[in-house]
Write a protein that binds this ligand. Structure first.
Ligand code: ADP
Ligand code: ADP
Length: 226
């Protein structure tokens, strides 16, 4: 678990207006931070700079007290859950969840232990031998989260993870994510367009506009003000 501190973060693509323009934000250890704002305001770019998939033009990204600007994604020990799940169709649920552990050459018995633990929390134990094509949308989302959990990452990053699901599943997954995050107490940054998600999941909500922070507030302050 780790705090995430952003200090005067700038991202400049080409020579246009900066996509992220001098963002400073402290996310506490174990905090659930929501990022909202209109399309194109820089949410995904910010998330990708945290995880290391995008270079930072200037500023400092500090995770768990350590400056990570020059670290590759794998060295940051974070887990990102994408909207499109990114599961491997030819692998079973077990192997999909185990994948990051296979990459890091974790011993078999340890892989088995951690996958069982994650699939227990996510109620996926009965589906471990199935392939993604035979799962529901919600189950696939849980597999993607299982993969994030087994890494024992310092933080979770979500980029609109529920936007492809129908309303019922979205509600279920919202509850699931909330329960899981509380149980694990893991620092989370979550991009969404959905006000209900922001309200129910977030400790705080950061509103971005044209690459700048417009407001940081609790969901209550933000959505229930007169
Ligand atoms: P959001 O996630 O809030 O919709 P993005 O972070 O995707 O916003 O985009 C922020 C701005 O940066 C937009 O103006 C977008 O067009 C621009 N942008 C994003 N990715 C790239 C890229 N790879 N190259 C050039 N411009 C980009
Ligand atoms: P390369 O394999 O070209 O060196 P990187 O080091 O940039 O690529 O990224 C590959 C590693 O980073 C993988 O082991 C993967 O686990 C991790 N990684 C890549 N993207 C993400 C992401 N979105 N979230 C978490 N980890 C990631």
């Amino acid at each position: 678990m780790a705090s995430i501190e952003m200090r005067n973060i700038v991202k400049q693509y080409g020579d246009g207006y900066p996509a992220v323009n001098d963002v400073s934000l402290d996310i506490a250890d174990g905090e659930f931070m929501i990022l909202v704002g209109p399309s194109g305001c820089g949410k995904s770019t910010l998330l990708r700079m945290i995880v290391g998939l995008e270079d930072i033009t200037s500023g400092d990204m500090v995770i768990g007290g350590k400056r990570v600007n020059d670290l590759a994604p794998r060295e940051r020990n974070l887990s990102m859950v994408f909207q499109n799940y990114a599961l491997y169709p030819h692998m079973t649920v077990f192997e999909n969840i185990a994948f990051p552990l296979r990459l890091s050459k974790t011993p078999d018995d340890e892989v088995r232990r951690r996958v069982m633990e994650a699939s227990d929390v996510l109620e996926l134990k009965e589906h471990l031998e199935r392939k993604p094509a035979n799962l529901s949308g919600g189950q696939r989302q849980r597999v993607a989260m299982g993969r994030a959990i087994v890494r024992q990452a310092e933080a979770f990053l979500f980029d609109e993870p529920l936007s492809n699901l129908d309303a019922k599943l979205r509600g279920q997954m919202r509850t699931e994510i909330s329960r899981l995050q509380r149980r694990l107490g893991i620092t989370t940054v979550y991009v969404t367009h959905d006000q209900t998600e922001a309200m129910t999941l977030g400790d705080r909500v950061c509103v971005l506009r044209k690459g700048k922070i417009q407001q940081v507030a609790s969901p209550r302050e933000l959505y229930e003000q007169p």
